[in-house]
Design a protein around this ligand. Sequence first.
Ligand SMILES: [Fe+2]
Ligand SMILES: [Fe+2]
Length: 177
Amino acid sequence: MMTEQAMLAQLQNSLSPHRFTHSLGVMETAVRLAKVYLADVPRCRLAGMLHDCAKGLGQSDMLKLIERQGISLYRGEESYPGLLHAPAGAALAKEQYGVSDEEVLSAIRKHTLGAPQMSLIDDIIFVSDFIEPNREPFEGLEEVRKAAFEDLNRAKVLCRAHTARYCEQRGLPVFSF
Ligand SMILES: [Fe+2]
Ligand SMILES: [Fe+2]
């Protein structure tokens, strides 16, 4: 695996400044939540840092990565380019950043839609992505931020409801697995 410094340099090179700042925010938020919920801090830090690492790639590159790394997609997921950066991110973290830790890869893979089975680390990254300090404000964000440090599961439920509303408003399918 690369050093953290090398990873950050590579990440900064492959993302827009806005997306890179967001990634740092998710990394820091994930560390704070990991301390509250006694999760593995280095894993949360790494997953938070790299969760959007594939965001700068085009659709065909993402699909190639996913196929090469044998990551299975949810039904319908391949039709929505905006969703592919999560499975592609797990593939890229493995292939280009040398991450082999399955718990870290799982959190990256599940960060956008969630999944039927989620670990504590998965939950922390999922929620951190919503509440990091640089996040564009949305209705209910302050409530999620507060809930995140008191009741992670409630925060997750609020995030999922927000995602479902977002999808409904745009005529996208709501993934409920
Ligand atoms: Fe993302
Ligand atoms: Fe993100």
